[in-house]
Write a protein of this length. Structure first.
Lengths: 661, 204
């Protein structure tokens, strides 16, 4: 049990690799060494150019990711390194993005990738490292993580298979958040950097205030989209949106990978053997049928990226990697990544980092120059998103924290359930003085207190049912509790060992436990919002008419032309329940890259509001811009014609699509 | 002496209660601008204060005592126009046949010029002459429009059809419950009362 409660990474490969690398690097003569480095730098620019010329630009991010993983030395197997490299890269890319945004190459693939690969060559030279991967086998836990990630990926992707653009859009249309994320990502692609650094450029697709929204994930999406063959024409909005959908699903897969890996990392030897299979299967059940899938179905890519980064951060704070310098850089990069992707999690991320620093104060004091420098840089970078949001945004932080809004409500019982799973064993084993499990208790308290305080405040003010960010704070709690949930095995494993003599019984017991966990945490049994994974898998949350209406309209009117487009297809204009036409109008506006002028249409046209002739006239005749309305039903057509007759001054183009496919 | 003190105290308490009960409806005093209405389109009235403003006019027109359907109005928002809908129903509510009364308040900001012009081409002939703000018009449907400075406001009073179980309409001839007058001028008269209150509080 001593390995279970010991501090520090239990899977480190030690310092021998770096020493041997330095030795090998040292063997090269000076001139030859310079020649090799120069050749590598040339290759760093030639490879991107070649990949783009051959139409395989998508290889570049994979190459950069793999190369980064090959240069770090923590973790026991290749999976550990890939996940840690992912966290490192997200943070670094956001930081470098501040420079790239000023570089007038507008995020073109060759310079961006060339810069990244050159940076890796220089990092290798400075660290005296050659690319290498550990040769240790993956083992059951890694197999469980990879298998679980693939299962989650299959689950997420399955509804999209065989669908055209309209179909894929329909599956994610509900809620409309993806439309606004598209405006940020797509505009980053066109202006060539973070939007808050290009305020002087006209941004017709960005609503006021959205220039300052945390843009880390959008920035990375823009870089990735630019290397894809479909992203070659930045003017093609439909292709750009298609890529966003792909990247959005990809982010969910990253979330699953990060959560499974982090859970295993925190649990350490507790999940070091076949027990990882049923336990991580239960976590997969939660990821696919619980709250995380709603982040995909409701269109929250930023939060998904923030979730993944926070999961990795919690993992390395609870069980730091063996090398202090790598740990410093990793924690810093992850804090920056969280700040740029979803800074609601930043206060917790900073306190978690502080918890680690306090625990590692002796090691840090021996390296105070590097530690101090990295901390200063990280704080400066992590401050960018909050400062931009508070100084440059029209809404106050307080107003936004109490924002009412649409989110799949988190089951309060579920939060308590996960909290009890994660905290029970560390509290019961407190007297063992394990730094790892004591850190878990501290982190759980740090994440629970703000959520509980805000929830309590809202209960007192009678707004417990309305607000948006309290549920987001519950998401933060869920990340930490799920990642730390392996601690329950501190209690369960001894119990399981009692069955060890009869292995079949042990296996059956573990599977029964995992099935019970899946059922408990996933709302699999019914269609509650938290269990929308089932709706997703069965395609029952798709709004097919919304996708069809958008695709039809954008074919007819692909660009903004001075008229605002009202898509009134598939529903009646005068009645409520106009979801299909409402979302089609929104997605058409963003695909026409005209959201700033069209946002009124979105808010006025809330689908549950019935609309009389008088109210329609009020809206259209007070609008500074003329409208075009596409209708495919007689009642709506007659309504608009009545208004047109009543108000000859109204500049309204009615497009009658009745009977046209 | 102690008893006298207690008696005076009790009388004072009773008196204050009676005064409180019989006090006329409080006048709205908060100033209103198009900007405040844009920020919060239902901030000019609560349903209760709207009811207080309309109470004498409703009483005079023979309406039964009315009460709010919900404490606050229902808003609808856009950049060019904002709406607040106040819904009233008979205080002595029945399951079916209640005559409801809806008051729509539109804040048209500086965008109401075309609607005002359209109104001017077809004013309600039977409407009593009324002057609110710098420009006023009652549409043939009974919708009241007025302009104060650059700001346009419109008030529409609507009497939705009476229904059975919220679905089937009751014939107009059925007088088992109160029947609202169908004349647009009667609805416009109620709109004028609301508009006068707004005009008084409008901060130019």
């Amino acid at each position: 049990m001593s390995d279970v409660i010991s501090s520090g990474e239990d899977m480190g490969t030690g310092a021998s690799h770096a020493t041997s690398n330095k030795r090998r690097a040292g063997r090269l003569s000076g001139a030859r060494f310079i020649g090799v480095v120069a050749a590598l730098i040339v290759a760093a620019w030639l490879i991107p150019a070649l990949c783009m010329a051959l139409g395989v630009g998508w290889l570049l991010p994979l190459l950069i990711w793999t190369a980064t993983a090959s240069l770090i030395r923590c973790g026991r197997n290749i999976l550990d390194r890939l996940v840690l490299a992912l966290g490192l890269l997200v943070g670094l890319t956001c930081a470098v993005g501040l420079v790239l945004s000023l570089w007038p190459v507008t995020l073109r693939p060759v310079p961006s990738s060339g810069l990244a690969l050159t940076g890796l060559v220089l990092a290798a030279v400075l660290a005296g490292r050659r690319p290498e991967f550990p040769t240790a086998g993956l083992g059951w836990p890694a197999v469980a993580i990879i298998g679980g990630t693939l299962a989650c990926a299959g689950f997420a992707v399955r509804p999209f298979l065989g669908q055209d653009f309209a179909g894929r859009l329909s599956i994610l249309a509900n809620g409309g958040d993806l439309a606004r994320h598209f405006t940020i990502y797509d505009t980053i692609r066109s202006v060539g950097g973070f939007l808050f650094m290009h305020r002087e450029v006209p941004m017709p697709n960005i609503d006021a205030g959205y220039e300052s929204y945390p843009q880390g994930s959008h920035f990375i999406y823009a870089l990735l989209a630019n290397v894809m063959p479909q992203g070659a024409d930045r003017g093609d909005a439909v292709a750009s949106f298609g890529l966003l959908i792909t990247l959005d699903i990809g982010t969910f897969v990253v979330l699953c990978l990060a959560t499974l890996w982090a859970t295993r990392w925190v649990a350490g030897p507790l999940l070091g053997d076949w027990v990882a299979l049923p336990f991580l299967a239960a976590i997969c059940g939660y990821l696919c049928f619980g709250d995380p899938i709603t982040l995909l179905t409701r269109g929250f890519p930023s939060e998904m990226a923030g979730w993944a980064m926070l999961a990795i951060l919690v993992a390395v704070v609870v069980r730091p990697v063996a090398r202090v310098r790598e740990q410093i850089v990793l924690v810093a990069a992850l804090v920056v990544a969280i700040s740029f992707t979803y800074f609601l999690f930043l206060p917790f991320a900073l306190t978690a980092a502080l918890v680690w620093m306090i625990g590692a104060r002796r090691q840090l004091s021996q390296r105070w120059i590097i530690a101090g420098s990295v901390v200063l840089v990280a704080i400066a970078l992590a401050a960018v998103s909050p400062v931009v949001n508070t100084v440059l945004s029209p809404a106050s932080v307080g107003d936004r924290l109490l924002l009412p809004g649409e989110i799949s409500k988190v089951s309060r019982q579920l939060v308590v359930f996960w909290l009890l799973i994660a905290i029970a064993a560390p509290v019961l084993r407190w007297q063992r003085r394990s730094p790892i499990w004591r850190t878990v208790v501290v982190l759980l308290m740090l994440t629970t207190l703000p959520a509980a305080a805000m929830f309590g405040y809202q209960v007192l003010t009678g707004r417990a049912q309305q607000t948006y960010y309290v549920d987001k704070l519950f998401h933060e709690m869920l990340i930490v509790t799920v990642v730390c949930s392996g601690s329950i095995l501190l209690i369960l494993r001894p119990a399981a060992r009692a069955f060890a003599a009869r292995r079949l019984i042990t296996v059956a017991y573990a599977w029964m436990l995992s099935i019970a966990l899946v059922v408990s945490v996933s709302n699999l049994a019914f269609d509650a919002p938290a269990g929308s994974g089932r709706l997703h898998f069965q395609q029952r949350n798709a709004i097919w008419e919304a996708g069809k209406g958008t695709a039809k309209t954008i074919r007819l009117y692909p660009k903004a032309d001075g008229r605002l487009t009202w898509v009134q297809l598939g529903t009646r204009a005068d009645l409520g329940q106009r979801e299909a036409s409402h979302w089609a109008t929104l997605y058409t506006a963003v695909l026409q890259r005209n959201y700033r002028a069209s946002w009124s249409l979105f808010y006025w046209g809330y689908p549950w509001l019935a609309t009389s002739d008088a109210e329609m006239a009020e809206f259209m005749l007070t609008s500074p811009m003329p409208y075009r309305v596409l209708v495919d039903d007689t009642m709506s057509l007659e309504m608009f014609r009545r208004i047109q007759t009543e108000y000859p001054a109204l500049d309204l183009e009615i497009v009658d699509l009745r009977g046209r496919s | 002496m102690k008893r006298l003190g207690m008696a005076i105290g009790a009388a004072a308490l009773l008196g204050s209660l009676l005064v409180g009960c019989s006090k006329p409806a409080q006048q709205q005093t908060e100033s209103v601008t198009s900007a405040t209405l844009k920020k919060s389109s239902c901030s000019a009235f609560t349903t209760q204060t709207m009811l207080s403003v309309l109470k004498p006019a409703l009483h005079g027109a023979g309406w039964p005592a009315m009460g709010p359907v919900r404490p606050r109005g229902l808003d609808r928002f856009s950049d060019n126009v904002q709406r607040c809908l106040y819904e009233l129903r008979p205080a002595d509510q029945k399951l079916s046949g209640d005559q409801r009364l809806n008051i729509y308040l539109y804040n048209e900001l500086q965008n109401g010029g075309r609607l005002m012009s359209a109104c001017m081409t077809r004013p309600l002939a039977t409407s009593a002459p009324v002057r609110i703000g710098d420009e006023t018009c009652v549409d043939k449907t009974g919708q009241l429009r007025f302009r104060i400075g650059q700001d346009y406001v419109s008030i529409l009073v609507e009497t939705p059809p009476r229904t059975i179980s919220n679905t089937r309409e009751i014939a107009p001839g059925d007088t088992s419950t109160f029947v609202a007058p169908t004349d647009p001028a009667a609805r416009a008269a109620l709109a004028v009362v609301v508009a006068q209150d707004l005009e008084r509080r409008w901060a130019r």
